[in-house]
Design a protein around this ligand. Sequence first.
Ligand code: OGA
Ligand code: NI
Length: 357
Amino acid sequence: MMNCLQSWPEPVVRVQSLSESGIRAIPDRYIKPPSDRPGFQNQEHVDIPVVDLKNLFSHDHTLHEETLKVISSACKEWGFFQAVNHGISHELMKRTREVWREFFNLPLEVKQEYANAPTTYEGYGSRLGVQKGAILDWSDYFFLHYLPVYLRNPSKWPSLPSSCRDLISEYGAEVVKLCGRLLKAMSISLGLKEDYLQNAFGGEDIGACLRVNFYPKCPQPDLTLGLSSHSDPGGMTLLLPDHDIAGLQVRKNGKWITVKPVPNAFIVNVGDQIQVMSNAIYKSVEHRVIVNSVKDRVSLAFFYNPKSDLLIEPAKELVSEDRPALYSPMTFDEYRLYIRTYGPCGKTQVEFSGSNR
Ligand code: OGA
Ligand code: NI
């Protein structure tokens, strides 16, 4: 299996170049089967929960408990919430998003210097998965390692725009801190010690990576997806969405809910590893991205992950005779190979591993 991860099975096509070429019809390899297209299921008009983090670590016990309760029910019922008053500078969020928009607007030759391969995925990419003949998503991306420090290689980060590398460092440091606070809140609200999840992730040795998604305008948005349905394989994701165009959809009771981004919020979601550690009390929920014919969309997904060679398993405290362990131990390295080979495919992996691993 490792062998087929060395290179892409087909010549790489940049979706942005296709979009900018002015084609009126999208190539067949982006056309999804009817059941996967955006219009297939009725859309529900509800919103994912919004959580105000202002009182998360307040000394007022009642306010603190109240916040934990809202987080807990969001992680159980939705696997998703929008976080406001998270403490990260709105200016920093805006500058980081804009610098990445500028990166994608650089000439193709500049971006090609960072072209990635499926061995590490690091760099400028246009597909996830290495199956020959796969139907592709309507997006390009830039993927980089932020932690552990020995995997961090700023020379693989864009040197243009000139502020890009500094912004990645600054933004990463802030987001890592926020993820630590959220992990604490999730631990307590699961009835675990406050540092349980952080320790189970490897303490100081956690992994973190950034994927910046670029969804070009699409002449036939009803036939394709910007990102196919998937659950995030890692621990927890903090998404900074585009400020003025929606695209993310979350699955709820078999229907797709389009998230309306709250200004300056982060969209937080539970990944497969927290689902495993919480013995499925918290849910890693399927989501996807739709595109449109009017505007390009940029989003930054920051993945906060367990150290890659630790065995991840349900917390002993959450396993009982009535609720046996639903998953057997597996490292994140082993787990991640699946999505890196087959691309995004719903929640098949965590469900499959539940009964077979
Ligand atoms: C992801 C993701 C959503 C978005 O990168 O895993 O789900 O809105 N992104 O770009
Ligand atoms: Ni995702």
